[in-house]
Design a protein around this ligand. Structure first.
Ligand code: ZN
Length: 242
């Protein structure tokens, strides 16, 4: 926290996590523009009716007025810009958005601003509010996050020989391989139709995500398991990159 100078400042961002102590003190893990992830304190704010109302709930986006003291960062006021209310009404959406918050909390470093990731997180949550499929969005968020870090698997070319990926492809530890470069078939094979879905979920402009979700959303357990496997693979890359 020493990277911040003492005094008042303002930044926009999101509440990632919230802790409330038995004494009614609130600690918030915020992800802020120009700052990155930071813990801020609001002593006594959860007592009685609560000074900030629902504005300290995780997933709340807003403008935060903060005071940097000698040891801690304190919350003064919150100007809520987007409370992502739709997500709170649907358990599946809520679960996905909170999982994204946990990942950002875990895979970003205190004092390192990652504004591209902040913007990505915002528009991923907005798309979830507007009806895009949570599994597509999880894959999209992770792939684009890795892309920002320069570690996203190439979705168009074989990782080893660079040939264009078109038929069935294979997953190595870090990317996609063509049939020639893959030494094993079996469970890591991805059919060309599935590859096209992965490419679309990662690359489509946001305005096309909703209609894409309504056409190709995974409907049965096997399809959902496929997406969960692919999401897990990207998580492993993110895990290694930290
Ligand atoms: Zn190859």
């Amino acid at each position: 926290m020493d990277f911040l100078t003492q005094g008042l400042f303002r930044s926009s961002g999101v509440v990632l996590r919230r802790r409330i102590s038995a004494e009614g003190d609130i600690s918030l893990h915020l992800f802020l523009k120009g700052v990155g992830p930071v813990w801020v304190q609001a002593p006594g704010s959860a007592r009685g009716r609560g000074r900030f109302g629902g504005a300290t709930e995780p997933l709340t986006w807003g403008s935060f007025n903060l005071y940097k003291g000698p040891k801690h960062l304190y919350l003064k006021t919150i100007d809520v810009k987007d409370d992502m209310w739709t997500l709170r009404l649907d358990p599946e959406k809520l679960h996905s958005a909170l999982e994204w918050n946990r990942m950002v909390s875990r895979y970003t470093c205190s004092g390192v601003a990652e504004d591209d990731v902040l913007i990505l997180l915002y528009w991923t949550m907005r798309s979830l509010c507007e009806g895009a499929n949570p599994l597509f969005l999880s894959w999209r968020l992770l792939w684009r996050w890795l892309y920002i870090r320069g570690e996203a698997p190439d979705l168009s070319k074989c990782e080893q020989c660079g040939v264009a990926l078109k038929d069935a492809v294979y997953w190595s530890d870090s990317g996609f391989l063509c049939q020639n470069c893959s030494s094993n078939g079996g469970s890591s094979m991805i059919a060309s139709k599935e590859l096209r879905l992965l490419q679309a979920a990662a690359m489509l402009p946001r305005r096309n995500l909703i209609s894409f979700s309504s056409q190709g959303a995974p409907s049965d357990g096997t399809e959902k398991a496929f997406w969960k496997t692919q999401i897990g693979r990207l998580k492993m890359i993110l895990d290694r990159s930290c």
